[in-house]
Design a binder for this molecule. Structure first.
Ligand code: FES
Length: 153
């Protein structure tokens, strides 16, 4: 008897893989669980405690579009908000090229990680990542990412 292939699981992620990361996995396989989602995290204690608080609500939620999003701006709240927006198909930062600062070769992901970690002003993003520290033409993109990440949809 051949084993039937299992359906692929839908997985959403936010954060830095292996460092400070949250992951939401849809439990698609019938009978696997009564809960529709599995929420996991890797990172500092504050993040793990926040995820533990949100886990019962998120894992039992059958319609994520109706779920209230975390409203704070701590690293964990920003990560969870991004994760839920990704799962809803609503995560769409205003700048999406791989590299944000061409003068300093700073990836957009690095800027997003800095914002999530607490760089909440353009000056702090520049200090932490070196983005926007030469010609300055990318500053508007740093500002737009800050506005997007720190807004509360
Ligand atoms: S493109 Fe970022 S400082 Fe020039």
């Amino acid at each position: 008897m051949t084993e039937q292939p299992r359906p692929p699981h839908q997985i959403f992620q936010a954060g830095s893989p292996g460092h400070s990361e949250v992951q939401l996995q849809a439990r698609i396989a019938e009978g696997e669980s009564k809960l529709p989602w599995k929420l996991t995290a890797i990172g500092p204690l504050e993040l793990l405690e926040l995820v533990a608080q949100w886990r019962p609500r998120i894992e039992s939620c059958t319609d994520l579009s109706q779920m209230a999003l975390p409203q704070g701006s701590s690293p964990g709240e920003l990560l969870l908000r991004e994760l839920l927006l990704r799962a809803r198909g609503q995560w769409s930062p205003p700048y999406s090229e791989d590299e944000l600062c061409h003068c300093r070769a700073v990836p957009t992901a690095t800027v997003l990680e800095a914002i999530c970690a607490g760089a909440h002003t353009p000056e702090k993003v520049s200090r932490w990542t070196s983005a926007s520290t030469s010609c300055g033409s990318c500053r508007k993109d740093v500002v737009s990412l800050l506005d997007y990440c720190l807004s509360r949809p």
